[in-house]
Design a protein around this ligand. Structure first.
Ligand code: SAH
Length: 250
């Protein structure tokens, strides 16, 4: 009985002390103890990215540690409109307007791995879209990224978005990527994020010998083609069926 009283007394004392807690907490920096909604959201998205990388990218065979850490780093939710933010870390394409889409994360990782980039490489992307894949490349060590988008509004939005998210070194322009970007050639690697009936000749010309090219090729059914430029042409490999938006323009 006496014990029970002591317990009650101790409990009352604790309540009294914690009730006085503000006197013991540093009142000058409440932000240090309470997480802001923005910080909380960033943490939630980082966790979703981690899950995305483990379950849909690593589990399906992408193993390059640099590519995986780039996929962990780029905030894909910043590359879609608010309406789709919540789906940003699900493994599927999402609309970005003008009938175009941001690519599925797994495909982005897979294509990036197939490019086999080395520090110091210069890469050309045809089809900036949202700017997401360009950002993934920019996360790799010492990679120069050039990207072209044919839809003027998308080109402008992607440029602004890349700047805002902090990818200030990516060179982006509006234009028909079918002709490549000869001013910065030769490239160590190039890739198309839109399907072409065949590999555009101008892009092959702008690759150095030993350079790699990844492209969805085909009008109906598409195949992901990886080609390496040799002295006397292209060595091609086919990497399975894919579905990309069609290349526009020439
Ligand atoms: N890499 C993008 C995927 C965009 S989808 C991303 O991560 O979001 C493919 C893009 O290619 C579309 O935005 C489309 O407008 C663009 N495109 C189509 N034909 C093109 C061409 N001839 N030159 C440049 N971009 C083109």
């Amino acid at each position: 009985m006496i014990r029970a009283h002591w317990k009650l007394f101790a409990l009352a004392l604790i309540v009294l002390i914690t009730g006085c807690a503000p006197a013991h907490t540093p009142t000058s920096s409440p932000a240090a103890v309470t997480e802001s909604p923005v910080t909380a959201t960033v943490a939630v998205y980082a966790e979703r990215r981690e899950t995305m990388v483990k379950r849909t990218i690593e589990a399906r065979g992408v193993s390059d540690p640099e590519v995986l850490s780039a996929m962990r780093a780029v905030p894909r939710h910043r590359f879609v409109s608010q309406e789709y933010e919540d789906q940003a870390y699900e493994d599927h394409p999402l609309p970005i307007g003008y009938g175009q889409t941001i690519s599925q994360p797994y495909i982005v990782a897979w294509m990036t791995e197939l490019l086999e980039l080395e520090p110091g490489d210069r890469v050309l992307e045809i089809g900036t879209g949202s700017g997401y894949q360009a950002a993934v490349l920019a996360e790799l060590e010492d990679i120069e990224v050039y990207t072209i988008e044919i839809v003027p509004e998308l080109a402008e939005q992607a440029k602004a978005r890349l700047e805002a998210v902090g990818y200030t070194d990516i060179q982006a322009k509006q234009g028909d990527g079918y002709h490549g970007w000869p001013e910065h050639a030769p490239y160590d690697a190039a890739y198309l994020t839109c399907a072409a009936p065949e590999i555009p000749e101008a892009i092959v010309e702008q690759l150095r010998v030993g350079g790699r090219l990844i492209a969805p090729i085909g009008t109906g059914r598409q195949t992901l083609v990886r080609a390496e430029k040799a002295e006397n042409g292209l060595d091609r490999e086919r990497h399975g069926a894919v579905r990309f938006v069609r290349m526009q323009g020439d």
